[in-house]
Design a protein around this ligand. Structure first.
Ligand code: HEM
Ligand SMILES: *[C@@H]1O[C@H](CO)[C@@H](O)[C@H](O)[C@H]1NC(C)=O
Ligand SMILES: *[C@@H]1O[C@H](CO)[C@@H](O)[C@H](O)[C@H]1NC(C)=O
Ligand SMILES: *[C@@H]1O[C@H](CO)[C@@H](O)[C@H](O)[C@H]1NC(C)=O
Length: 775
């Protein structure tokens, strides 16, 4: 293992520093799944194969081995002479065949389907699972190209089976596009982890002879279930225990590894006994394996991590229509430029005429990591004049040594489409299910009135398949939208449709206007009730509801009215408060239209309100902060709020580490209430307590949903729809389902104290802590 780690480091050092892929791109979803394996916004793809020998809750199985075998069986029926088949996920329809025996394939597809979307086909996920399994077990970094298209029905037969004559193997691999030496290499690279099960192959492993009825390909005493050259070394040394070389397999004509390795008089297998050669050749032939695709598929360049990646950037028109809110995050790769050396990350934008628009400040919100990389996320919230609008931005990363890197997306700037935008607050997916088990989905978009055309919604929903097939079907529908009222330079359009409740939280959609698109929105991120435009709560970050709160609670503006009070009326001064750069009194740094030079208290107030907050604070003449609660470190100050506002010298805008604080609609400067679990949740679920979870041993693993706007109710319905009796919420944004709560460790309530992303009053576990509810 030591050796291969050194090799990895050497390989990484030689990798040229490539320019970023131009954003947005078709790889974006797969790039997240591939690189965000731990921390903030992590995807859980690697959880099942770390550590390498992890089994699917059954002794005598190894997930990583099953994933690699599944990718091989899917590809192995390819006919490259006629350009048919390859890595196309047709195996999901071929699981019953005798050449595909054992539980491995179904288990793998059940795992992969949770990541299926329009931007991540099952066949690309199969390629990624092979990469992930090999990496998790210490093997080479296999480049992952994307763009594979899933088959819609079964394909030909033709997976090699152990009893085949040697010349049949040669012919089968030639059909797949591998010559004899490549056949030997690919088989050795596949048979370096995992082994043979007595239950399925009693003529290779006699029942009752192997631990857990599972005979490994190479020496298990040296933990050589790991991805290494042991399988070749031991064969060449003559001390191999590979059940497909020695033992009863030989007498039964099923010693296929022995015959395959020996087919060129041991020339290739002898070379593979060298660990460096093994590592290098496996990288090549494993990529060759996943890149067998029909000629109609055009694979992309290999996925590389972005240096800079915009995360969910979203424009939203704010009532009465004079401003747009622009929110999102910037993900900065911190593998090379260390996170603690970054002093600021800023967006510099152009208006829709291509002229300088202004700059937007960010605050760091979390960090994530992958096998080789680390990332930090910087959050932004800006208010932009809706007439001048925005067309693109560049990202400026200031580093501690005083230099500033400007990232311009390969000269193009990061595009922001403003011709058509999703109006998330006015859209909703109703949780209520009708008698036909459908939910009502309403999507509202705003189109610039001056741009011709009618917007439409491209909905990609998942439908469960029948007949024991475990991967749902991805279906597309195009929904024309109907015009509504106009506000400022925009006209609203809407469409209402019904969507089958099962999997309804896993649908995605694009709002389109010809080639202009606001893309890849998740229904799970929509609120469960539509709010009319102009209500005070009409933003995606509506302040929390306040029913069962203590007396320190901030009252949010009461409003079902559809009229908007004039900007900044309704605000009252709350006095001067302390602030510090290490612990902000208000959590959101806002970038008002007109920027720091124009800052007044009224401008900061209207900006915060348009972003959905009821507290606003100005600081140091030109800074504007927003929130619904203050942090516990912020205290009333008797002095220091004495600096003139940049935009009006007659007003004071805070001071050095001092905030001039204001509240809207009677909001007070209160510390956020501690989020609470609920005794019961809609759908018949009852609270069980706070439990320890870990990625090495998931308490609940039936289904999962990651959702920035998670609430207890949403998770309850997601799990109920999927047929699970237990649900758990974790880390503020993860929803996990299970059939039963097994032997999990219960801990104190105070350990599950993270607010749910979609409702700050509700507790959604913590990192590695699950708030569990059972029906
Ligand atoms: C002549 C060609 C091959 C034959 C006849 C063959 C046959 C087999 C058999 C009978 C098993 C035991 C399965 C079980 O008991 O669950 C197995 C396991 C496995 N095969 Fe192959 N195989 C071949 C080539 C490959 C190739 C090219 C790969 C991938 C690159 C591969 C990957 C695997 C893996 C990872 C396992 C372990 C599965 C586990 O432990 O659950 N095989 N193979
Ligand atoms: C198989 O193909 C590889 C790559 O083209 C080549 O280097 C190797 O010599 C070939 N082996 C045989 C047996 O033809
Ligand atoms: C075979 O011999 C090598 C070299 O002594 C050793 O490292 C390896 O563990 C042996 N394999 C088995 C299966 O005993
Ligand atoms: C290849 O290696 C195997 C295992 O060590 C051995 O039994 C066989 O005789 C070798 N074949 C040749 C042609 O050297």
């Amino acid at each position: 293992m030591k050796l291969s780690l050194t090799l990895l480091a050497a390989a990484a050092a030689l990798t040229p520093c490539l320019a970023d892929q131009t954003w947005p791109s078709s790889i974006d979803e797969l790039e997240d799944i591939m690189f965000l394996t731990a921390g903030y916004r992590k995807r859980t793809f690697t959880d099942s194969v770390i550590p390498c020998e992890k089994s699917p809750n059954t002794a005598g199985r190894i997930n990583a081995a099953e994933w690699i075998r599944t990718a091989f069986h899917d590809m192995a029926t390819a006919d490259t002479y006629n350009g048919i088949g390859g890595l196309d996920a047709s195996l999901q329809f071929e699981i019953g065949r005798s050449e595909n025996v054992g539980p491995a394939f179904e288990t793998t597809f059940i795992f992969l389907q949770a990541f299926l979307s329009v931007r991540s086909s099952i066949s690309d996920l199969l390629a990624l699972s092979m990469y992930t399994a090999v990496r998790a077990c210490g093997g080479p970094i296999v480049p992952i190209r994307t763009g594979r298209i899933d088959a819609t029905e079964s394909g030909a037969t033709g997976v090699p089976v152990p009893e085949n004559p040697t010349q049949t193997f040669v012919a089968q691999f030639a059909r797949m596009g591998f010559n004899t030496s490549e056949m030997i290499e690919l088989t050795a690279c596949g048979h370096t982890i995992g082994g043979v099960h007595a239950a399925q192959f009693p003529l290779i492993v006699p029942v009752g002879t192997a631990k857990n009825e599972y005979a490994l390909f190479d020496d298990a005493t040296q933990a050589q279930s790991k991805f290494d050259h042991g399988v070749a070394r031991d064969y060449v040394l003559g001390n191999t225990t590979n059940p497909m070389v020695v033992g009863i397999a030989k007498a039964n004509g099923r010693d296929s590894d022995g015959r395959v390795f020996g087919v060129d008089k041991n020339v290739t297998i002898k070379a593979l006994a060298n660990p460096v050669v093994f590592h290098d050749r496996c990288k090549v032939v494993l990529q060759q394996m996943i890149d067998v695709v029909p000629p109609t598929v055009k694979l992309t360049e290999p996925i590389q991590p972005y240096e800079i990646k915009p995360v969910n950037p979203q424009l939203t028109l704010v009532a009465p229509g004079t401003t747009l809110s622009f929110t999102g995050e910037i993900r900065v790769r911190t593998t090379v430029r260390a996170a603690d050396k970054i002093s600021s990350v800023k967006l510099v934008y152009k208006n829709r005429d291509g002229e300088a628009g202004g700059s937007i400040t960010t605050t760091s919100v979390g960090a994530a990591s992958g096998f080789d990389d680390s990332f930090t996320f910087y959050k932004f919230a800006a208010s932009i004049d809706s007439t001048k609008s925005i067309s693109s931005f560049t990202v400026e990363v200031a580093v501690a040594d005083g230099t500033t890197e400007t990232h311009d997306n390969n000269g193009k700037g990061y595009p922001v489409e403003d011709s058509v935008i999703l109006q998330s607050p006015q859209s909703c997916l109703e949780i209520f299910t009708d008698t036909d088990n459908n939910r009502v989905l309403t999507i509202v978009a705003a189109k610039r009135t001056a741009v011709t055309g009618t917007p439409a919604v491209d909905l990609a929903s998942l439908k469960a398949r029948t007949g024991g097939l475990v991967v749902p079907m991805l279906t597309h529908s195009s929904l024309p939208m109907t015009a509504g009222k106009s506000y400022g330079p925009y006209t609203f359009y809407s469409v209402t449709t019904k969507i089958g409740s099962t999997l309804s939280l896993r649908a995605t959609f694009d709002v389109t206007l010809g080639t202009a698109k606001d893309v890849f929105k998740r229904t799970s991120n929509l609120p469960d009730g539509c709010v009319p435009f102009g209500s005070d709560t009409s933003t995606s970050m509506a302040p929390p509801t306040t029913t069962q709160q203590s007396s320190t609670t901030v009252s949010p503006p009461t409003s079902t009215s559809t009229t908007t009070p004039p900007q900044s009326s309704g605000w009252a001064s709350l006095g001067c408060y302390t602030d510090s750069t290490s612990s902000r009194t208000l959590p959101v740094i806002a970038s008002p239209a007109g920027g720091s030079a124009a800052l007044t208290n009224a401008l900061c107030q209207s900006t915060c309100k348009s972003l959905g907050y009821v507290l606003a604070g100005t600081e140091y003449s030109g800074e504007c902060y927003c929130g619904n609660y203050i942090s516990s470190t912020g205290k009333p100050a008797t002095s220091g709020c004495d600096m003139a506002c940049h935009g009006d010298a007659a007003q004071k805008c805070g001071g050095s580490d001092r905030l001039s604080l204001f509240g809207f609609g009677g909001a007070k400067a209160a510390v956020a209430p501690v989020p609470q679990s609920k005794k019961t949740v809609e759908g018949g679920y009852k609270y069980q307590g706070c439990y320890v979870d870990s990625r090495d041993a998931r308490v609940l693993s039936g289904a999962e949903l990651a959702d920035d706007a998670l609430t207890l109710k949403k998770c309850a319905f997601f799990c109920k729809d999927a047929g699970f009796k237990v649900f758990g919420v974790e880390y503020g944004r993860e929803c996990w389902c299970g059939a039963a709560l097994g032997a999990a460790t219960k801990v104190g309530e105070e350990q599950c104290n993270q607010a749910c992303g979609g409702d700050a009053t509700e507790a959604c576990g913590q990192g590695d802590r699950l708030s569990v509810y059972v029906k």
